[in-house]
Design a protein around this ligand. Structure first.
Ligand code: IPE
Ligand code: IPE
Ligand code: MG
Length: 250
């Protein structure tokens, strides 16, 4: 049983930004002797419930790794199925996003998506851009290394940076995540302990939580369990425990 209630002290420690590597749809389907796309469909169903739980508990930024640059190497049928599911999801969720004040963003190379998927993503971003209560970011055709290379290119093109020693705060403004705080917590489902080219630099001090559950089974209770684990951790950012303790009590 996971205790659902967070005390005031715990609420103050909740993550601002949770990023999720939604893995295991294929294995979930396989264990049911169903095609991979059946797993993806159930994975999409789960997105709404986790996003709603994040809102209910008060996590303002959620980022979901939905399709990696490397996932372009999957069979055409699976890729086009995923893109259709993305279109369906965005069409279906638009009204709820407008009603609930959710702003959609995307990171990744959207131009590398099929035209219909690119269009609906851009339209939904545009339609929700005045929302500011909650922030849902989809990583689509996203690869962290490419993002960093693009940022280096953009940074070096700017006249004022020529010959300057880069500062992280300036450089990070060229990453696609410039409007997002760094993820406090990265959750990966399906038991795999790797980042798979996701937010490599932004994850410098992220807490990582790996759940054995496949993404379609990672429900409200499992998400709350991850948050509960997170609030129990001590983030030291290089300091000693004693330093943090004396800061707290002063
Ligand atoms: C995650 O599930 C979804 C995407 C990568 C699009 P997978 O499709 O990777 O599922 P497994 O890892 O094969 O079980
Ligand atoms: C990472 O999952 C990408 C997404 C969840 C979208 P993968 O299933 O593609 O990762 P690897 O290949 O197991 O590292
Ligand atoms: Mg996988």
């Amino acid at each position: 049983m996971v205790e659902e209630h967070f005390t005031e002290e715990e609420k103050n420690k909740l993550p601002k930004h949770v990023a999720i590597i939604m893995d295991g749809n294929g294995r979930w389907a396989k264990s049911r002797k169903r095609p991979r796309l059946f797993g993806h469909r159930n994975g999409v169903e789960n997105v709404r419930s986790v996003v709603n739980t994040a809102r209910e508990i008060g996590v303002p930024y959620v980022t979901l790794y939905a399709f990696s640059a490397e996932n372009q190497n999957r069979p055409e049928e699976e890729k086009s199925g995923l893109m259709r599911l993305l279109e369906e999801f965005l069409k279906r969720e638009l009204n709820a996003m407008l009603r609930d004040g959710i702003r959609l963003r995307a990171i990744g190379d959207l131009d590398g998506l099929p035209e219909f998927a690119n269009r609906i993503v851009r339209e939904t971003i545009e339609k929700t851009k005045h929302n500011s209560d909650w922030n849902l970011t989809l990583a689509l055709n996203y690869g962290s290394r490419q993002e960093v290379l693009d940022a280096i290119h953009a940074y070096s093109q700017s006249d004022q940076n020529i010959g300057q020693k880069p500062e992280w705060d300036d450089f990070s403004q060229h990453l696609q995540t410039r409007d997002l705080p760094d993820p406090d917590l990265i959750i990966r489902t399906s038991g795999e302990f790797r980042l798979s080219n996701f937010l490599l630099l932004q994850a410098a001090y992220s807490e990582i939580y790996v759940s054995p559950l496949h993404w379609p089974d990672f429900d409200r209770t499992a998400f709350i369990g991850a948050l509960r684990d997170y609030v129990s951790r001590e983030r030291r950012f290089g300091k000693t425990s004693e330093q943090l303790f004396s800061l707290q009590s002063s």
